[in-house]
Structure formats: structure tokens, C-alpha cells
Design a protein around this ligand. Structure first.
Ligand code: CA
Length: 523
């Protein structure tokens, strides 16, 4: 942390007295009402979402694997990562593995359960927690349950959802699927429900046995393997949209089951939509939902160079969550494995990428970094091209670099590999690393409440964070121009904790901010 800059000492003596600053002081007081996790006093962690297949290869088959990931834990620790979300790792016929064949094992390309246990042990030694991507809305059509179901076994037939009513098929023609025989020929008769795809038959959560099976799977991973929680796939889809309450009851039951083994399990849910959609789940045992609404506001603001209400969005969401559960947590992202990569969204603008990262890492919540984001990897849909091999070095220069697919977007011609970013003080990687570690070391950033700072400039984002022991002020210029704001009131004693430019440019009442400048001050 750098000591206060001389220019900042100058700022301390500027005690202005206009309405703007009064409004600011008022905000400070009013908004302290909603700290994150007020009762638990729980710290947040910076998570890293990793597609194992594309991360690091330990046995030279070109496919990333669990031992490879384990060998890179030290890299993640140095980056400041405190939690890992592994995209699905179970046996599955697809490359993405969101159609599970066996919930109790690891895909053979990725290694074994023994390898996975070793990963958990080593991660815990480094104070990194692990959450499992639990995909239980549906199974693979290759799962033994479904195979038995279509061969006429009534017990397992009841595990899935069936209909012979043509009205159902008319209503949802892409969700009701005909059974296929061994030759792939579609059969007449009852159809099964598969919300996403015919190879992903939905499980029947009205069946008590199915509920028991899924709870048993969760308990196995928490208890026997020692993981720390789950990322739950497709949470709102376990029941149709008009049966929200049944869905909530199921998730409460799931949580109760997990509590028997680990009451501290961190459970983060994939729920696309705004806070009003996520909020009900937070009283049903879900710790946090991915904050897609905020990611949208951040991305659009950075792209347009205008603050489209970033802090207001955070506070509005927090207020909705708070009503549902005062102990709510949040899971923030820029993008994930289902979205075009942030660097591509931002048209390869390095400054914009840094500003986005600064927002993600200074706002409240548990930030989830999508692997490769920290080196500015590129990629847009189809999905395979947003899940490309992590670029450790120039191709062929690191035997662990995966090559299960030929990258379309991120090669060493388009993205500077990690190896070369490490020594570059101005690299995206070092920006991420500094900000994550700064967040980890400063309670105001990792657990503080948030209140907006009015700047009178729509291109600036500025906010205040307060943890009870520490305060932070964040000022970010979203635009490509030099911008001016009024000097905030009450800066006495603040020190510069991070900036990507050396100085504020000021006169007696105003601060001039260079394009895309980021300032983090703490007291
Ligand atoms: Ca491998």
C-alpha cells in the first residue's frame, strides 16, 4: 500500500461547504444501515470459476485435469483466490458435463475421486474453499436411472417426468421428448420432460425418492469428500415458473439436508434475472445468487463510459435481498461460462477491462472471476469458444497448456500469455492481483457496507465502504476523457491504497481525473 500522495495531503485542507458535500455526508450516515452479513461478521472471498478441461494438463493428453489444477493452486493463492468453483467434473458424455452420468465419481479425463480429495486437502491448506457444480435439475440420458426408466423399470421411471397428453406436447413442443431406441429411432407413447435438451431428462422432484437421492449426493460431497458448498445449476427450473413455492420448499429441504453435515456450506445459485427473482430463494437456504443484474449494469456503464447507476443498483438489490434474509450474501461476476468474455464485450479495450475489474473487486459481495479473465482472455459464443485453453505461455512452451480444442479467440497472437504478463507492471494480470489482494487485506472492501458518493458527474462512479473498523473511498472515471468532480468532503486521514495513475490533478475545489483512472483510499 502506497503512502499518501503529496497531492492528497493537499486535498485534506480543502474543506468545502457546498450542497453536494452535505448530501455526501448525509449519505454516509443513512446508508450504514445495511452492512453485508451484519450478524455473522462473515468475510467475503474472491472465487475463481474454473473449467478444469481448459486449465492445466498434468499427463500430456491435452485435457486439463484435477492434478493439473492442484499443481496450480499456488498460482491461485498468489492471485488472492479464496474459493474455487469447478464447472462440472462428473462423468458425462458431453465436453461441458452439464449432463451427469454418475454423481459419485470424477470424469476419467479429469482424474479420480482420490485426485479430487487431494485437491480439496491442498486447497484447504491454502485457505481456499471448494464448491461443487451440482447439476441435478436433470441427468444425462446415459445415467443408469434413465436407462432403467426407458427399459420399463417402474421404480426409475418415476424418477422422471412423463406425459401422454398431446396438449402438453403442443404447449411445450421443445420440452417433451420421444424415447429413442438403441438405433436412435423415436418411439410412440409416453414422452419425457427435458427442459433444456432431449439428452437431459428432468428429474421428478415430486417423487420423495428423487429428493432423497439428491440430498444423499450433496451430503456425500460435503461429508465424505469435504467440500465447502455448491454452485447449483438451473435453480428456478426444478419446478415450472408457476410453481415457485414448491421450488422454494424443495430448496429449503435440500439446505436442511446439507445442514446435517455442514451448516456453514456456501450455496450459490444460478438464477437468471433480477433481484426480485433471486430474493425469494435467499430465505430458502440459498446463500447467494449470481448477480446478473449488476454484471449487466457494470458492463453497460463501462462500455458507454457513463455511470448507469452502479451503486444505486447494488443498493437496490441489497435492499430486496435484505427483506428476504438479513444474512444474505451476494455473488458478483463480470461474466461467466455462459456469457461472452468481458474483454470481448469491451472490444479489447484494456483500460475498460481494468475499470470493470476495479468495480467488481471494490463493490460488495463474493466476486467470482471467470478463469482467464485475469489475463484478458477473449471469446464469444458458441460456448466452446468462451471456454478455451488458459494461456500459460506461448503455445508449446508449457507442457501443461491444454489443447483439447484449437482456440478461436485466445491464442498468444491475440492475448499476452500469463508468463509475459507477470513481469509487466501494467498488465491486466497484475491489476487483478493487486486489487484482489488489496480487497483481502482491507475489511472495508471485503465486508463493508456501501453508500454512494455524489460527484455531480455522470461519468464517474464513486462510493464509500465501511466495515466498522475501516473506511474506503473509491473513485473511478469510466470515460476516455479527463473528468472533473467536486472534492469530496471529509477526506482527512485517508491514504491512497491503490491507483492506476500517480496523481489526482486538482485545483482548489475540484479534482481532475485522468481517463479510466481508479483511486482507492482507505482510513
Ligand atoms: Ca490431462
Amino acid at each position: 500500500m502506497t503512502k499518501i500522495l503529496s497531492v492528497f495531503v493537499f486535498l485534506v485542507f480543502l474543506l468545502p461547504s457546498n450542497l453536494m458535500q452535505k448530501a455526501l455526508a448525509q449519505d454516509f450516515v443513512e446508508r450504514e444501515a445495511i452492512p453485508m452479513n451484519p450478524e455473522k461478521g462473515k468475510d467475503t472471498r474472491v472465487f475463481y470459476s474454473v473449467f478444469v478441461q481448459s486449465f492445466y494438463d498434468s499427463d500430456n493428453d491435452g485435457i486439463g485435469d484435477i492434478p493439473g489444477l492442484t499443481s496450480k493452486l499456488q498460482y491461485l493463492k498468489e492471485l488472492g483466490i479464496g474459493g474455487l468453483w469447478l464447472l462440472p467434473v462428473h462423468p458425462s458424455p458431453s465436453y461441458h458435463k452439464y449432463d451427469v452420468e454418475d454423481y459419485y465419481d470424477i470424469h476419467k479425463d479429469y482424474g479420480s475421486l482420490k485426485d479430487y480429495k487431494k485437491l480439496v486437502k491442498k486447497a484447504h491448506e491454502l485457505d481456499i474453499i471448494i464448491i461443487l457444480d451440482l447439476v441435478a435439475n436433470h441427468t444425462s440420458n446415459k445415467h443408469p436411472w434413465f436407462k432403467k426408466a426407458i427399459s420399463g423399470n417402474q421404480k426409475y421411471r418415476d424418477y422422471y417426468v412423463w406425459s401422454d397428453n398431446p396438449k402438453d406436447f403442443e404447449k411445450e413442443p421443445y420440452q417433451w421428448h420421444q424415447v429413442r431406441n438403441d438405433k436412435g429411432e423415436k418411439q410412440d407413447g409416453e414422452r419425457y420432460y427435458g427442459f433444456f435438451w432431449w439428452e437431459m431428462p428432468d428429474l421428478n422432484f415430486d417423487h420423495p425418492q428423487v429428493r432423497e437421492e439428491i440430498k444423499k449426493i450433496g451430503q456425500f460431497w460435503l461429508g465424505k469428500i469435504g467440500i465447502d458448498g455448491f454452485r447449483l445449476d438451473a435453480v428456478p427450473h426444478y419446478y415450472p415458473d408457476d410453481q415457485l413455492n414448491k421450488n422454494l420448499i424443495w430448496w429449503r429441504e435440500f439446505r436442511a439436508g446439507m445442514d446435517e453435515v455442514n451448516p456453514d456450506a456456501f450455496i450459490v445459485a444460478e438464477i437468471w434475472g433480477g433481484a426480485e427473482k433471486t430474493s425469494p430463494y435467499l430465505k430458502s437456504g440459498i446463500s447467494a445468487g449470481f448477480n446478473f443484474e449488476l454484471s449487466d449494469t457494470i458492463r453497460k456503464s463501462v462500455l458507454s463510459g457513463k455511470n448507469l447507476g452502479i451503486v444505486e443498483t447494488v443498493i437496490n438489490i441489497q435492499e430486496q435481498y435484505f427483506v428476504s434474509n438479513p444474512n444474505f450474501e451476494d455473488a458478483t461476476i463480470l461474466t461467466n461460462h455462459d456469457m461472452d468474455r468481458i474483454m470481448t464485450e469491451l472490444k479489447r479495450n484494456n483500460n475498460m477491462a481494468k475499470v470493470s475489474a476495479a468495480l467488481l473487486l471494490t463493490l460488495p459481495g463474493n466476486p467470482f472471476i471467470y478463469y482467464g479473465e485475469e489475463i484478458g482472455m477473449l471469446g464469444e459464443k458458441p460456448d466452446e469458444y468462451i471456454r478455451e485453453p488458459f494461456l500459460w505461455n506461448i503455445e508449446g512452451e508449457d507442457s501443461g497448456q491444454t489443447n483439447w480444442e484449437i482456440p478461436y479467440a485466445s491464442s498468444s497472437k491475440t492475448v499476452k500469455p500469463l508468463f509475459y504478463q507477470k513481469d509487466d507492471r501494467m498488465s491486466i494480470f497484475n491489476h487483478y492481483k493487486s486489487l484482489i489482494n488489496l480487497r483481502n487485506q482491507n475489511p472495508a472492501l471485503s465486508q463493508g457496507s456501501i453508500s454512494p458518493i455524489a460527484t455531480g458527474n455522470s461519468k464517474i462512479v464513486s462510493f464509500f465502504r465501511y466495515s466498522g473498523t475501516q473506511e474506503a473511498i473509491i473513485i473511478i472515471n469510466l470515460s476516455s476523457e479527463m473528468e472533473r468532480i467536486l472534492t469530496p468532503y471529509g477526506l482527512d486521514g485517508f491514504e491512497m491504497a491503490y491507483s492506476n495513475f500517480n496523481v489526482f490533478k486538482i485545483n482548489d475545489k475540484e479534482i481532475y481525473l485522468q481517463p479510466y483512472s481508479i483511486f482507492i483510499l482507505t482510513r
